[in-house]
Design a protein around this ligand. Structure first.
Ligand code: HSE
Length: 445
């Protein structure tokens, strides 16, 4: 057993990894400041982790760390449980158990909330517990709190987010150095910037989890994660990044959300954005979200989206909020998704083939007369209007790249047109395709 709570609020933490270690460090090093902010003592009573021997550079009070999760979840001294083990199980079971035991929960677990949010938020309402998850999206950026409270008086029309530091780091390096995806990924892994298994990051799923949370918060919409269109960065080439740059665009993996009548657009894919836009300058492992509100206009949030220190500050801020609620007897005062769970509306996500976007294409064409007119003829018959076109020199390995920007066109038409174009005998390889968002044109409806 660790320290006993004498007065104030008791805290238990499960999962002493990178974020857990930073959180404990802040709670110990800043105890005096945090107690002053709270106006009462905050006591870290127990920490649980399967590994109790690894050196973490922390000066822990004797008995604080153990592998005893059940003891932590049942400890009457503990008011707030911090879950930092990540993944779906046993995190889901621990969070539900904590709520059933009358505790409040802080978590950084975006996958858990995106997959099992309905069950967790309903359990919190049933048991009168608070659930806070600032660290789950945008690391150290006070982002969810801004949506929940700062924008409580506005109606969000759209937002665009760079929400995965690993992908943004890889794309930034590919853009700056013309390096290949595989090469940069391998280097990021060897530096410890990318996970040994980077699947969730590079295939866009981590971004989709964060998008699902933000859509709930921003639009009061309950959406099904499975309906979010998700495309990662694994097929991006430095050649397309370079050609798109010549049209004035930069490539980012974006989480895109837009209210559209009673439905929403919610999609994740590599996206070309104007190189003069603020989001284009968000480089390396940084995160940012660009929001348009009906009354406030445009806002941008920017900061470190990962790492122990930044994410730890978000966890501790949540602990302080829940401790304040506890002391004031005001659990549930600010609902986690900005309105009571029962007030969120089940909202359809517009299927991708009904979304309308601008496109960049790169055709691999055999260089001979009539090629461009055949391609543009097919595009024209599908109502796809061309904004700009450029042939990149003469033949490379039997084909010449022709790059093109289109005006807005329905995805369905683009799918059909590209299928026909790729069947033409003088098209030597499948057409490369990237979606384009001209963010400066963003206006609330
Ligand atoms: N893997 C995440 C990223 C960490 O690369 O941004 C924070 O969720």
């Amino acid at each position: 057993m660790g320290p006993k709570k004498v007065d104030g609020v008791g805290v238990g933490l499960i999962g002493l990894g990178t974020v857990g270690t930073a959180t404990v460090r802040i709670l110990i090093e800043q105890a005096d400041l945090l107690n002053r902010r709270l106006g009462a003592p905050l006591t870290l009573c127990r920490v649980a982790d399967v590994d109790t021997t690894r050196e973490r550079g922390l000066d822990l009070p004797p008995g604080l760390l153990s592998a005893d999760v059940d003891g932590l979840l049942g400890d009457p001294d503990i008011d707030v449980v911090i879950e930092l083990i990540g993944g779906l199980e046993p995190a889901r079971t621990y969070v539900l158990q904590a709520l059933q035991n009358g505790k409040h929960v802080v978590t950084a677990n975006k996958a858990l909330l995106a997959e099992h949010g309905a069950e967790i938020f309903a359990a919190a309402e049933e048991h009168g517990g608070d659930v806070a998850f600032e660290a789950s999206v945008g690391g150290g950026i006070p982002l969810l709190r801004s949506f929940r409270e700062g924008l409580a008086g506005d109606e969000v029309a759209s937002f665009f987010g760079i929400l995965n530091g690993t992908c943004n780091y890889i794309l930034s390096r590919m853009t700056k150095e013309g390096a290949d995806y595989e090469e940069v990924l391998a280097e990021a892994q060897s530096l410890g910037l990318a996970e040994a298994d980077p699947t969730l990051d590079v295939y866009g799923l981590d971004t989709a989890h964060k998008l699902a949370i933000l859509v709930g918060l921003a639009f009061g919409a309950r959406v099904d994660l499975a309906d979010i269109h998700v495309q990662g960065i694994e097929a991006v080439t430095p050649l397309d990044i370079k050609f798109a740059a010549e049209f004035g665009y930069r490539l980012k993996l974006l989480a895109i959300a837009r209210r559209q009548g009673d439905a929403v657009q919610a999609r994740v894919h590599p996206t070309l954005i104007p190189d003069h836009h603020l989001l284009a300058d968000v480089s390396g492992a940084m995160n940012a979200v660009y929001v348009t509100g009906r009354y406030v206009g445009q806002l941008m949030f920017y900061g470190p989206g990962a790492g122990g220190g930044p994410t730890g500050t978000a966890v501790v801020a949540d602990v302080i909020e829940l401790a304040r609620n506890r002391l004031a007897g005001a659990a549930g005062r600010v609902p986690p998704l900005a309105m009571p769970w029962s007030r969120l509306r089940a909202t359809p996500i517009i299927p991708m083939d009904r979304v309308t976007t601008k496109h960049y294409f790169r055709f691999a064409a055999i260089d001979r007369p009539g090629v461009l007119s055949a391609v543009s003829g097919i595009l024209g018959r599908h109502d796809i209007s061309i904004e700009a076109v450029n042939q990149k020199g003469r033949q490379v390995r039997g084909a010449v790249p022709i790059v093109m920007l289109t005006h807005e066109a329905p995805e369905k038409n683009v799918d059909q047109a590209l299928r026909m174009i790729d069947e033409l005998e003088f098209i030597a390889a499948p057409t490369a395709r990237l979606r384009v968002e001209d963010l400066d044109a963003e206006r609330p409806d």
